[in-house]
Design a protein around this ligand. Structure first.
Ligand code: NI
Length: 385
């Protein structure tokens, strides 16, 4: 039976998590983190596979008798936030913090690797561990894929800690779980003039104001009540002083959506609205999209398997509310089947808060859950063959 328990290694996982927490590194700078992960894996006798990544680690357990491959992914990077938790193991690096709990993900999945290594001979295939760099800038997953580390993988599993779920609760659902997170910049071109003589120019601020208002109609008038999307304008800049009408205005913001048809419909309407409003005021405007990761869309089959395993291990499995945050795990799910779950951590604050923290009792739970899921997935895949 593929049930694993990491309770006896809880103290070790706490030490690892605190060590990572003290030394947070930003996306693409995870050199010390990479070295630490490699050291912990080597100490456990786990093989590291070189895919040429500058930061991040790929490791494997099992495969002694061939069989399918499943992957378990943990992101390892931190954020440019100054920590305000006051914890004894708070960041020693000013302005950098594990404020999204990727230290928790890394420590937990190391625990998964330790557990599976202890029973390596029983595994019906290979479990490949993706300690992925640069999740926060949404580049890391694509780099891991480009390195070839996803080749041959039949299913990929991952998680995000969830502060608003209690420890011992796992949020599992098939279908969309996290949003596509696109950014946009709108540049409005007008014609500068004296503020007292507006008829001699074309005021880009008036255009920008109407664009902001008109954009609010896209979700309410073009997206079905059964679908969802968010359009937020988060920055407007134009002008320099009180008596000059500027010749340019710039708007910036984000679009969040949960499936591709909605995403592209909103983008299409967005461009039409911006161009139309700009033309109505005899100005012009350009939209530049900053493509974010697509939505995380889980496979129902693996959600069912994971639900069964979570319940068998004695955890509370719930169907979570999807999050409008983005997550580059979605790139893996475009390549292969898999599942992304929310792990309850009873945190006092949301992700990216300077006092973000979590309950370390969730470490062995996450480690046990993913060891059990990976081992069980290999059995299911082998049976399918
Ligand atoms: Ni995160």
């Amino acid at each position: 039976m593929n049930s694993f328990s990491a309770e006896s290694m809880k103290q070790r996982l706490v030490e690892i998590r605190r060590r990572l927490h003290e030394h947070p590194e930003l996306s693409h700078e995870e050199f010390a983190t990479t070295a630490s992960i490699e050291r912990w894996l080597k100490e456990a006798g786990i093989r590291i596979v070189d895919y040429g990544l500058k930061t991040g680690v790929i490791a494997e357990v099992g495969g002694l008798k061939g069989g399918p491959i499943v992957a378990v992914r943990a992101d390892i990077d931190a954020l440019p936030i100054h920590e305000e938790t006051g914890l004894s193991f708070a960041s020693v690096l000013p302005g950098k913090m594990h404020a999204c709990g990727h230290d928790f993900h890394t420590a937990s999945i190391l625990g998964t690797a330790f557990l599976l290594k202890e029973r390596e001979a029983e595994l019906q295939g290979t479990v490949r561990f993706l300690f992925q760099p640069a999740e926060e800038n949404a580049r890391g997953a694509q780099q891991v894929i480009a390195s070839g580390a996803l080749a041959g993988v039949s299913a990929v599993f991952g998680m995000h800690n969830k502060p608003d779920l209690p420890v011992g609760t796992i949020g599992i659902k098939g279908g969309p779980l996290m949003a596509a997170a696109d950014g946009f910049v709108i540049e409005v071109d007008g014609k500068g003039t004296h503020a007292a003589v507006p008829e001699a120019g074309l005021d880009p601020i008036v255009t920008a104001a109407h664009i902001v208002t008109a954009l609010q109609s896209i979700v309410s008038r073009n997206v079905s009540a059964l679908d969802s999307a968010v359009v937020s304008v988060t920055r407007i800049s134009a002008g320099t002083t009180w008596n000059v009408i500027s010749d340019k205005a710039e708007l910036e913001g984000t679009l969040r959506s949960f499936d591709e048809p909605v995403r592209f419909k909103v983008r299409e309407r967005f461009e039409q609205v911006v161009a139309g409003v700009a033309a109505a005021f005899a100005t012009s405007a350009r939209v530049k999209w900053i493509d974010g990761p697509p939505a995380v869309v889980n496979d129902k089959k693996w959600a069912d398997t994971a639900t069964r395993i979570g319940s068998r291990l004695g955890y509370q499995v719930i169907e979570p509310t999807p999050s409008p945050a983005g997550e580059d795990f979605s790139f893996y799910l475009q390549q292969t089947e898999g599942l992304f779950v929310f792990m309850g951590t009873s945190g006092p604050h949301e992700w990216h808060h300077p006092s973000f923290d979590l309950d370390e009792a969730a470490l062995p739970i996450a480690a046990s859950f993913f060891a059990s899921l990976a081992a069980e997935a290999l059995v299911e895949l082998k049976t399918e063959l």
